[in-house]
Design a protein around this ligand. Structure first.
Ligand code: FE
Length: 196
């Protein structure tokens, strides 16, 4: 029986992290693993593809029991976007469906945040965030007429980490813990095809 793609990814990433890799190695080798996962859009169960009419959704797909990493599907309805936020841990974002625009922000001398580089991810592409380089951004669905979905991988249990949102104009920081939209996670050992 063929192993499911999400299980293959989780096993390969856990094996990589066993070697205590540098962040650069996580992004290069882990990024390739994520590219393999998102190369085909035929494995994400439809329960974890559902948009909410008002809010973007964060569905936990898998969390490492030792909190070394988590895998989350982000589902964006048309026009939905995040506030300006950070992560505090490394993160990789693989575009599965649709298009997302990520805009990095940097704090200015007066405390406010200004947008710098901005890029649009299309299916198959992987982007990254890191507290060592660029950790503060806004992400939005770049499509106004359809749902976009990306698979995020973080160097911790992202739904349980205390992090921050920022008012771009004033720089005022507010702490938050995002949690997850789902109460149950996918069965990684299920090999029945899921219609998308
Ligand atoms: Fe983010």
């Amino acid at each position: 029986m063929q192993e499911g793609k999400l299980l293959t990814f989780v096993k390969s990433l856990a094996t990589l992290l066993e070697t205590n890799p540098s962040e650069a190695l996580i992004f290069s080798q882990g990024g390739k693993l994520l590219e393999n996962l998102i190369r085909e859009d035929d494995w994400l169960p439809h329960e974890f593809c559902k948009p909410h009419p008002q809010y973007y959704q964060q569905y936990l797909l898998y969390a490492d029991p030792l909190d070394r990493f988590s895998v989350v599907s982000f589902v964006w309805g048309p026009g939905q976007k995040t506030p300006l936020h950070n992560h505090t841990v490394w993160g990789m974002i693989g575009q599965l469906r649709g298009q997302e625009r990520s805009s990095n922000y940097y704090q200015q001398a007066d405390g406010s945040y200004a947008a710098d580089e901005s890029f649009v991810c299309t299916p198959g592409q992987v982007a990254s965030v890191s507290p060592n380089t660029h950790d503060i951004h806004i992400v939005e669905n770049a499509l106004h007429d359809q749902t976009s979905i990306s698979i995020h991988v973080y160097g911790g249990n992202i739904g349980r980490i205390q992090r921050a949102v920022f008012d771009p104009a004033t720089g005022v920081e507010k702490l938050f813990i995002s949690g997850y939209a789902n109460t149950v996670t996918p069965n990684l050992w299920n090999t029945t095809p899921n219609p998308v």
